[in-house]
Design a protein. Structure first.
Length: 215
């Protein structure tokens, strides 16, 4: 049993490394003091949904548009990261003109984590082999570690613009991978993935430039 729990722990952390980045970004515009609260509540909800997802993993992967919707959601998160809504000093201090609500941050955390974990749960279901106790314990520990890492990432991103751009780049790349892995995109050549990713990045940067020019 201990071996199975360790396997679930390692596999979930490895496969969900990019989740920590996205979750960190979703809490970036919250006041610093409320980030941890949002992450804790979001983690609790995510654990429940991850367990449910794992039980129905086989069916979820065949649903059309699910990965596409998740990819679009990540692109939106990347755009909110780089848009010049507030100056960098305000973001670093957790201040902004229109503060993000706690409920909004929790919703974003849960949506991002669930959408990005659809393919991960297949591996976890296989390791658990029907043992719900092993599955639940492994998910609780691994998701807790991922959420803790997300708060560190949010603090890091808030300190420098370069980390914001790097974070947005990684998120868009992950979004492209999700869209390409959707059943409806199975016939699309894999070569298009980096092309679509770069076009999306250029589009986001163009939007940012327009916002800057209008100020």
């Amino acid at each position: 049993m201990a071996t199975k729990v360790l396997e679930i722990l390692i596999v979930n952390i490895v496969l969900s490394g990019d989740n920590a980045l996205v979750i960190g970004v979703t809490t970036l515009r919250l006041p610093v003091a409320r980030r941890r609260k949002a992450v804790m509540i979001g983690a609790a909800i995510s654990i429940i949904l991850r367990i449910w997802l794992t039980l129905f993993a086989g069916r979820l992967l065949t649903l059309p548009y699910l990965q596409v919707v998740g990819g679009i959601l990540l692109c939106y998160i990347a755009w909110t990261l780089i848009r010049p809504k507030e100056n960098h000093e305000d973001i670093a201090e957790g201040k902004q003109r229109q503060p993000q609500t706690l409920a909004g941050a929790i919703t974003a955390i849960v949506l991002a984590d669930v959408m990005m974990s659809v393919d991960n749960v297949v591996a976890l279901a296989g390791i658990a082999a029907g043992n719900e106790v092993v599955l639940v314990f492994g998910l609780i520990v691994s998701i807790a570690l991922i959420m803790f890492a997300s708060t560190l990432i949010a603090d890091l991103i808030s300190r420098s613009r370069i980390f914001m751009y790097i974070g947005a780049l990684i998120i868009v790349w992950v979004a492209g991978g999700m869209i390409a892995s959707d059943p409806l995109a199975a016939h699309v050549p894999h070569l298009l993935l980096p092309i679509v990713t770069m076009v999306t990045i250029g589009f986001l940067y163009g939007i940012r430039f327009v916002f800057r020019a209008s100020e």
